[in-house]
Design a protein around this ligand. Structure first.
Ligand code: SF4
Length: 234
């Protein structure tokens, strides 16, 4: 069937302002939105800019806004939308535009790095790997599913209002290590979380949870960090 795409375009090197461009492609209901973008770029406009890599919801690089909702272009099918013939594709909000649907993710990854996203341990290094208790693994398992697609942070109203707020994805990564029994930096991690730029910036609006393509209960995990901070002060 014929599908009409209205796609956000902006090349800062050439364009004075963003604009939208119309495309029509033949697509099956089971085609991914990413398939349609690939068809447009291959057959109609090789200058269309968007990110994609694995095309299977693992790399997290193709998050865009589709008909007003954030989603992975490789995870959403044509048939997933009520108006399956008409699509408006826009870049993630919050971030600066590099070109068309490609946004500048540097600020996102700077915040991710700021929470020290790796295991810190004062314990002596074991001869082999640091084994994890299976029960403890269950606690942090939701956060392990994060693919750093930035959908949550892009939609977070607090991230929009406070540029210094770490944002749900970075806070979730901190949760992953705060609750990992093998990590011994819990005190400093909780201290970093204990501010309005940290976890207290979260006003429990659930938007991050609603948009997460991996079904991670982001808001709930941030609530667990808040409880850990309170417990730590007792
Ligand atoms: S928590 Fe979900 S929405 Fe946020 S970056 Fe991770 S996978 Fe993407």
């Amino acid at each position: 069937m014929k599908c009409h795409f209205t796609i956000f375009r902006f090349n800062p090197d050439k364009d004075k302002a963003p604009h939208y461009q119309e495309f029509t492609v033949n697509a099956e209901p089971t085609d991914k939105i990413l398939d349609c973008l690939n068809t447009i770029r291959a057959e109609q406009d090789p200058t269309l800019g968007y990110r994609a890599s694995c095309a299977h919801g693992i790399c997290g690089s193709d998050a865009v806004v589709i008909n007003g909702h954030v989603g992975l272009a490789c995870q959403k099918l044509v048939r997933d939308f009520k108006s399956a013939n008409n699509f408006v594709i826009e870049p993630l909000p919050l971030f600066n535009i590099i070109k068309d649907l490609i946004v500048d993710m540097d600020p996102f990854f700077e915040k991710h790095r700021a929470v020290h996203p790796y295991l810190i341990s004062d314990d002596d290094a074991p001869e082999t790997e640091r084994l994890q208790d299976p029960e403890n693994q269950k606690v942090i398992e939701p956060a392990l599913r994060c693919i750093l697609c930035a959908s949550c942070t892009s939609m977070c109203p607090i991230s929009r209002a406070n540029p210094d707020y770490l944002g749900p994805a970075a806070l979730l990564r901190s949760f992953r290590y705060i609750y990992d029994d093998r990590d011994t930096a819990t005190g400093s991690r909780l201290a970093q979380m204990d501010s309005e730029d940290g976890v207290w910036g979260c006003k429990t609006m659930w938007w991050c949870t609603d948009v997460c393509p991996k079904g991670i209960p982001v808001t709930k995990c941030l609530g667990q960090i808040k409880r850990a901070i309170k417990q730590n002060k007792k």
